[in-house]
Design a protein around this ligand. Sequence first.
Ligand code: ADP
Ligand code: 5GP
Length: 203
Amino acid sequence: MSPAADFLRPLVISGPSGVGKSTLLKRLFAEYPDKFGFSVSHTTRAPRAGEVDGKDYHFVSQDNFKHLIAEGAFIEYAQFSGNFYGTSFMAVREIEKSGRRCILDIEAQGVRQIKATNLNPVYLFISPPSLTVLRERLKGRGTESEASVAKRLATALKEIEYAKEGAHDLVIVNDDLDRAYEKFKRVALGEPIESDPLPPLDD
Ligand code: ADP
Ligand code: 5GP
């Protein structure tokens, strides 16, 4: 398939919490302010310092989220680490209308649901170089309580299992940020890359 054809397909990025997805996305949107549209999800988790409602997420109450589920507002939704997260049809539709490439950042249960739709995205898995590094990054970010770090690391193992099943089209190991970003940028632009081998992630 030509690079142009891939650029027209949405891009789903996933990977364990703390691997560096937001970091890569921020860099991409700073370098190309007009090319991409980030699918802004709804979540019931509290905003982190610096997060902006309507930009990073639509931050909503549990009640509000449940109403949206009942209305059929979501293409997919999941519970992650005690909170709800979901992609609304409206979020994706608005980007599609703009002609920008739609980028979604979702976890494994969401990926499974998207696979049952006709969205036909490219699936990219961002992998840590090791579980030790992942642990350090998640703690180092300073946004999570000890309990939340433990929960997210437990869930990370499930994300990794899913990647080991070969669920994604492409893998990028976020070891050195500049190296990972150069590959990520090419994928986002619809250019071909050689997928990184998935590390053993058994440490
Ligand atoms: P995610 O969005 O996947 O949960 P973040 O983008 O918030 O992860 O990154 C988690 C932490 O790791 C942040 O503190 C970020 O600055 C750091 N980080 C991201 N990529 C790298 C990298 N390649 N090397 C070292 N630290 C990184
Ligand atoms: P965080 O709380 O760190 O922002 O996100 C936690 C996890 O939720 C990440 O793995 C992220 O990819 C995932 N996520 C964010 N938005 C959505 C969404 O709309 N749907 C699903 N299924 N997962 C999401």
